[in-house]
Design a protein around this ligand. Structure first.
Ligand SMILES: CC(C)(COP(=O)(O)OP(=O)(O)OC[C@H]1O[C@@H](n2cnc3c(N)ncnc32)[C@H](O)[C@@H]1OP(=O)(O)O)[C@@H](O)C(=O)NCCC(=O)NCCS
Length: 155
């Protein structure tokens, strides 16, 4: 009965996020309300993926929760497809063609710049703006966000 109710609830809430039909979603990510997922994105949830509410994932971004690196180069002596969950917080922005690798955690209200690569198990604190490869935090944007709340426009 509980499973039935859970399934029903999942169906009811399934469309609380929007996505371009050309995105590719693998597995069952946990996606918050108001999320936007752009075209040509790869949303791999096989290792577990949570995307917080009102986060945008721009075109071409890849979120990857698995790795077969060691399986390949070890000639399958290490047979595992290594999976690790990714978490992206509420109110984040992931720029075009950014890549987020397994185990990464992006804190809420953060920006991942276009083309950045957040490497495996990296933690980006809340209110960060991070760019380049590998992604580094450039600055804290909390004050800029508060200014927008006061003045209604970007600094
Ligand atoms: C990161 C971003 C939000 C701009 O942040 P910002 O702080 O306003 O950046 P600025 O334009 O002031 O640039 C600051 C510096 O970072 C560099 N920079 C900005 N964005 C960068 C990026 N994505 N990758 C690498 N470097 C970047 C700038 O060249 C500049 O370098 P400099 O100080 O050596 O001159 C923006 O560049 C970005 O990547 N936006 C994503 C847009 C997008 O994906 N849109 C999809 C459709 S909605």
């Amino acid at each position: 009965m509980l499973a039935l109710l859970k399934g029903l609830w999942r169906r009811i809430t399934a469309h609380s996020f929007r996505y371009n039909p050309h995105c590719w979603i693998i597995g069952n990510p946990q996606i918050g309300e108001g999320v936007w997922i752009g075209a040509f994105t790869l949303i791999d949830a096989q290792g577990g993926l949570k995307i917080g509410k009102w986060t945008d994932i721009s075109s071409g971004a890849h979120i990857v929760t698995h790795s077969t690196v060691w399986r390949c180069v070890s000639e399958r002596r290490f047979p595992a497809n290594e999976r690790s969950p990714v978490e992206i917080g509420d109110y984040c922005f992931v720029g075009e063609n950014a890549t987020i690798l397994r185990g990464a955690k992006i804190g809420h209200h953060s920006v991942i710049g276009a083309g950045a690569v957040v490497t495996e198990f990296t933690e980006i604190p809340p209110y960060s703006l991070a760019t380049v490869v590998p992604a580094k935090v450039v600055r804290n944007i909390k004050e800029e966000i508060e200014k927008i709340a006061r003045e209604g426009r970007p600094p």
